[in-house]
Ligand binder design. Structure first.
Ligand code: ADQ
Length: 757
């Protein structure tokens, strides 16, 4: 770079100096012309007179007058026929050089001037035509001037100018560097020093002022706030877990919950119910719906007791609940109450399939699926949120309660609850990512949704990054006061804290799946049923959803068998795929696409009765999911975008023998915690296939070391830890009266009167 700048400055300097020298040479030439004209004019009359005499007398008569002085070499006089009549001594030898100008004058030009190269020098020749009164040609007077001094002077000037330009450039550079140093270097040094002190915990609250770039100043403030929040979080975590070295269990959570609830009731509200009844052969059959939310929250209510309010979506749900829609669950071991909310087909279509799954789901997941927003869906969404709120209020009556609102289906519930009961504590947990403000702003009801969520005292996301995105979104779309230092929002006199709570799972033993001999028997049955007798298996377990990267996964598995043929007939990939949201065309099409992709790959590589891919579309029970995870030597999680992804943690939890390799998408929240997984970009088929190969080939000590570290993370940060930290943080928030603030409006189309208090 330095050479380039020096080169450019050098070329520019030479060019400028040359131009300036040429300009001055032109001026010198004009000056020389003027002088030659003058001296020519002075002797012109004498030459006229002399030419009037006989030719032999002319030279004599002019004699010394034709001699030059210094650089004027002298004159020559020619007759009308071009013959030289007389000349000074010094010009006699330049007759040839005078010819071009002389011929022009003889041809009729009153004055002809020419610059001629002669021997070692340049000559300027001026030929003046002399005529008598009748205009008849008498002769030509030629003046010759030596001009080498002009060239010398031009060269000297060029060097001179070059020096000047270099000097000025040098001074300018010093000036620019000086000014830049004053404007940037010092403030940036202050910033670096402040950052160093921030890291070592001694920094003053505010970052240094006077930063040269405004954007840098505001980003610095946010960075400092995130840093402080993260440190606060780490210190809270280390206080709660490492100090007493005790793992979080159901019992410990129960004790913590009693403390936090202070006699109040614990209420969970979500769209999905933890226990659903479906008609099978005319009889109600119990189903635990597949999904991360149920996996995480059911153990908590089982531990603490309380109430779960959810949509009764099963076709046998009404006949298995009482008149109020209530039943105790789990059905064989009643630990808490499930209150089912009834929605009509039309409401379910608009609120659940429409706004929630075709609008908010793609809006929050950056998986290249365009969200669809319909005004009628929004109306149903508002109405359904009102219904859920009414059910909660009816259940809690006038008692104290802590309500945990779950997920994007119920964004308005926190606000509606606080309108009716400002005294209850409300926390909301958003199970999916929160996108950046640019992505979120396309939602037509963005302000209503944000205000709805901000009814909660505590807003939880899986990752700090989602918290940052949420606060940025609030900052740009709602008239609220942001407290970046404490990660809080103040709106209409209320305060909501925004915090990361990475969700997790309970152990498989606590989920009551078969272990020991029962598991061995179950594994043998599955192997026989699916003909899995060709060595180890690789597994995937997912709801069929376009965010989970399933086509990308199948393509990578196909490429793996193509690129590494040595693994054919020695490994089998099993995908457990739970149909999900099949009412929506996009989801139905995805199942068809996946089945045909699996068929294509199987057709290409299958040999004898070995099939590379087993694509098992079903909602499998927890025992089956566990058995497959336990059997597998490798688990593939390839989400294109995922809030957390519990399957990754379930696989780790299913490996007490500490063997097995997790291949995990960098776009799943779980990748932040499980850094010992092999991290992939699911869009990069080649890298994905190579990583499967690396996972299969990994040596035992490395597999164990990685798995050990991941198991420690999952054991320590289990779902009880998640619930305990959420409840503890929520119980520490102050509730305030929202109704009195007067600034908090109802979402469009909603009347408080509709909420039964
Ligand atoms: P989901 O997208 O539903 O949840 P995920 O975290 O992948 O997310 O959990 C799926 C659950 O369903 C797991 O417990 C898994 O075992 C189970 N499951 C999957 N396929 C199954 C099958 N075929 N049969 C039976 N069970 C199956 C949302 C967010 C996630 C977030 C969770 C929890 O999208 O990012 O991790 O909530 O917050």
């Amino acid at each position: 770079m330095g050479f380039l700048i020096a080169g450019v400055v050098g070329i520019a300097t030479v060019a400028l100096a040359w131009l300036q020298a040429q300009r001055e040479r032109r001026i010198d030439l004009e000056d020389l012309d003027r002088r030659m004209h003058l001296v020519t004019h002075q002797i012109k009359d004498s030459v006229h007179d002399a030419l009037r005499r006989p030719e032999s007398g002319t030279a004599k008569l002019l004699a010394d007058q034709l001699e030059g002085h210094r650089r004027l070499l002298g004159f020559a006089v020619f007759g009308p026929d071009g013959r030289r009549i007389a000349s000074g001594k010094a010009v006699a030898e330049f007759t040839e050089e005078m010819k071009p100008a002389l011929l022009q004058a003889l041809a009729g030009k009153s004055e002809a001037i020419a610059t001629i190269r002669a021997q070692d020098t340049n000559l300027q020749v001026l030929a003046t035509r002399l005529t008598n009164e009748d205009g008849a040609l008498q002769g030509v007077l030629v003046a010759v001037h030596e001009m080498s001094h002009l060239d010398e002077r031009a060269a000297m000037r060029m060097v001179h100018f070059a020096y000047w330009i270099l000097l000025i450039t040098f001074l300018l550079i010093i000036l620019v560097v000086g000014v830049t140093w004053a404007a940037y270097e010092r403030p940036l040094k202050n910033l670096a020093e402040w950052m160093r002190r921030l890291r070592t915990d001694n920094a003053p609250e505010a970052p240094p002022t006077g930063l040269p770039v405004a954007l840098l100043a505001s980003e610095t403030e946010r960075l400092a706030a995130s840093f402080r929040a993260a440190r606060l979080q780490v210190s809270t975590d280390s206080r709660s877990i490492t100090r007493d070295h005790k793992l979080w269990t159901r019992e410990r959570l129960r004790a913590q919950a009693v403390d936090c609830l202070q006699g109040g009731q614990l209420v969970v509200v979500s769209n999905r119910e933890p226990y659903m009844h479906q008609l099978r052969d005319g009889k109600p059959r119990l189903i635990v719906p597949a999904g991360g939310l149920v996996t995480a929250l059911d153990p908590i209510l089982q531990a603490c007791g309380g109430l779960w309010v959810a949509h009764g979506a099963g076709d046998a749900d009404r006949q298995t609940a009482d008149a109020g829609g209530r039943l105790t669950v789990p059905p064989d071991d009643g630990r808490y109450t499930l209150r089912r909310v009834w929605l009509s087909r039309e409401e379910e279509q608009g609120y659940y399939y429409g706004l929630s799954n075709e609008g908010l789901w793609p809006l929050c997941h950056l998986a290249h699926e365009r969200p669809t927003f319909r005004a009628s869906d929004w109306d149903h969404y508002v109405e359904a949120n009102r219904r859920f709120t009414a059910a909660i209020l009816e259940e809690i009556g006038s008692s104290e309660a802590t309500v945990l609102v779950q997920d994007f289906h119920l964004a308005l519930v926190p606000h509606l609850l606080k309108l009716a009961r400002p005294d209850i504590r409300v926390g909301v947990f958003w199970h999916i990512p929160w996108p950046n403000p640019e992505a979120f702003r396309i939602c037509p009801w963005r302000a209503e949704i944000l205000k709805g969520i901000l009814g909660a005292d505590l807003v939880g996301f899986h990752l700090q990054q989602y918290c940052n995105n949420f606060l940025d979104t609030v900052d740009r779309m709602v008239e609220a006061r942001l407290d970046w230092d404490h990660f809080a929002v103040e709106l209409g006199g209320r305060r909501s804290l925004v915090r990361p709570f990475p969700i997790s799972i309970e152990s498989w033993a606590e989920r009551g799946v078969p272990l020991g001999d029962a598991l061995t028997r179950q594994t043998a049955q599955l192997q026989e049923r699916y003909k899995l007798d060709y060595g180890p298996i690789i597994v995937g377990v997912d709801r069929v959803d376009y965010t989970k990267g399933l086509p990308e996964r199948l393509r990578a598995v196909g490429r793996f068998f193509e690129k590494y043929p040595q693994h054919r007939r020695k490994l089998t990939f099993v995908q457990l795929a739970a149909p999900s949201r099949t009412h929506l065309r996009r989801y139905r099409e995805l199942i068809v696409e996946l089945e045909s992709l699996a068929d294509e790959i199987n057709w290409k590589f299958q040999a004898e009765d070995w099939k590379p891919i087993h694509f098992l579309v079903d909602h499998h029970d927890a025992a089956t999911v566990h058995a497959f995870l336990r059997m597998a030597s490798v688990c593939l999680v390839s989400s294109l975008h995922d809030g957390m992804n519990l399957v990754a943690k379930e696989f780790v939890a299913a490996k007490p023998e500490e063997d097995g390799v997790l291949v995990l998408s960098e776009f799943a929240g779980a990748a932040r915690e499980l850094s010992d997984a092999l991290i992939i970009n699911p869009y990069d088929t080649e890298q994905f296939a190579d990583t499967i190969h690396a996972a299969v080939e990994m040596d035992v000590p490395e597999r164990r070391a990685r798995m050990q570290r991941m198991r420690q993370v999952v054991e320590e940060h289990n779902v009880y830890w998640w619930a305990a930290t959420f409840l503890t943080e929520l119980s520490a928030t102050r509730t305030s009266d929202l109704r009195n603030s007067g600034q908090f409006e109802l979402p469009k189309g909603l009347k408080t009167a509709g909420v039964h208090v």
